[in-house]
Design a protein around this ligand. Structure first.
Ligand code: FE2
Length: 424
């Protein structure tokens, strides 16, 4: 007797059944014989590994408008507002908002989340709250915590000490923000300090890097060079790197060579990048997104994150990973079939690789973590911003959603030519 049996799901283009026993995938194939405690008719829907959130700020989430809205819409006003709001943080406040967001994400098929948490706080209050939350949600959510010095490592008084203390307390990843440091030299010093701490505590590095339209912000080359020198590429992630969208092509070509050799990961946050960047331009306005397409074409791993949901930097958002993928298709000109499929991968497999996840994917013997999406394939999932109808964690169904169905003049209709994979 299987724990769970999914009938008629699409995996890598094939229509198959997936049988689960003891929290692991026991068998994948057509027409699996046997009974199960629960059987689900997938109706040709896409069965995908879970969505992975590679970059979000759970400490600030669900605070939009408090104490005031971000009038300029810039990253910098967001940091000012957050600096005011964080003085009123309490453990309960952080835990309840962060957990609410994780519940939204789990309901939409996200089972792995990397959150940044501001550690430029002498009390490290939000960090301690999120470390506690990580334990309490561990049954259904795999949470990685990045110690993120929002107001700087070199520029904030005691910034380096607080960052190191965060690692001692149990943060999983070393963060940084070199472009925000007072001077270029302090920015370079902060990158070196982040790598020193990472090596000392044997943790990966994930820096907010060059999150600006300023083409003079060139800390990505410092990160990549440090990663290459230490042969640490696969443990290093450069988040945002929006200035890369403003570098001239001659410098970009030189930089790409270094990046390719360094093998570091990238996280772009298309919803936030297109919202926060370009604010100092009149017209033409830049898109303010890193060169996602060119990085991908050069064989580098790119993941896409939500970054902010209803906070001082972005007043919208639901934590649904198809939204950043959908925005990347548009803002990064990734509209061929192969490119749209790549954008889907950037919120699943690519994000899993950036987070260094093991035991991820739909394979016999692997852990039974997967989702059913109300679409026949990745292209349709993004085109329709399709509903995730079923979320399975370790063989247990933890979330179910009924997709909306519409009728027009009394007949059912949906924006799916040929009704491909409507699921039923
Ligand atoms: Fe961020």
């Amino acid at each position: 007797m299987y724990q769970l049996l999914i009938r008629g799901a699409r995996v890598d283009g094939d229509l198959v059944d997936v049988a689960v026993a003891d929290g692991r995938i026991a068998e994948i194939g057509p027409g699996i014989a046997g009974a199960a405690e629960r059987e689900v008719q997938a109706g040709g829907r896409l069965l995908s590994p879970p969505f992975v959130e590679p970059h979000i700020h759970l400490d600030s989430t669900l605070t939009a408008g408090d104490p005031r809205p971000n009038r300029s819409g810039t990253l910098f006003e967001g940091i000012e507002i957050w600096s005011e709001r964080k003085r009123r943080l309490t453990r309960e406040d952080v835990i309840s908002r962060a957990e609410e967001l994780l519940r939204w994400q789990a309901a939409q098929g996200v089972l792995h989340v990397r959150t940044h948490v501001d550690v430029t706080d002498p009390e490290l209050l939000a960090l301690e709250a999120l470390l506690e939350l990580k334990e309490s949600v561990g049954d259904w959510m795999d949470l990685q915590i990045v110690a993120f010095p929002q107001e700087g490592v070199s520029s904030y008084p005691g910034g380096a000490e607080l960052l190191e203390e965060a690692l001692r307390l149990g943060a999983d990843v070393v963060g940084g923000i070199p472009h925000y440091e007072h001077t270029r030299e302090m920015g370079v010093a902060s990158v070196e300090e982040c790598f020193r701490i990472a090596e000392k505590y044997d943790r990966p590095v994930d820096l907010h890097c060059d999150e600006t339209d300023d083409p003079g912000s060139r800390f990505l080359e410092v990160m990549a060079s440090e990663a290459l020198r230490r042969d640490w590429g696969p443990r290093v992630t450069a988040s945002h790197t929006t200035a890369f969208g403003s570098y001239d092509d001659a410098y970009a070509a030189k930089l790409m060579g270094l990046l390719t050799r360094s093998r570091i990961h990238f996280v772009a946050n298309p919803l936030i990048n297109i919202t926060l960047q370009g604010r100092f331009d009149s017209y033409p306005k830049r898109r303010g997104i890193t060169r996602v397409k060119e990085l991908w074409q050069n064989g580098l791993n790119v993941a896409l994150g939500s970054d902010n949901v209803m906070d001082p930097w972005y007043p919208l958002g639901t934590g649904n990973m198809l939204q950043p993928a959908h925005m990347a298709v548009h803002a990064c000109h990734m509209t061929s079939r192969e490119e749209v499929e790549a954008c889907f991968s950037m919120v699943t497999r690519g994000a899993a690789d950036a987070l260094g996840l093991q035991d991820y994917g739909i394979v016999e013997g692997g852990s039974a973590d997967f989702v059913l999406v109300d679409a026949p394939d990745e292209w349709e999932a993004i085109r329709r911003l399709a509903t995730t109808t079923l979320v399975v964690k370790s063989g247990r169904v933890i979330a179910e959603t009924s997709p909306a169905r519409t009728s027009l003049f009394g007949e059912s209709i949906e924006p799916a030519p040929g009704g491909a994979g409507s699921g039923g």
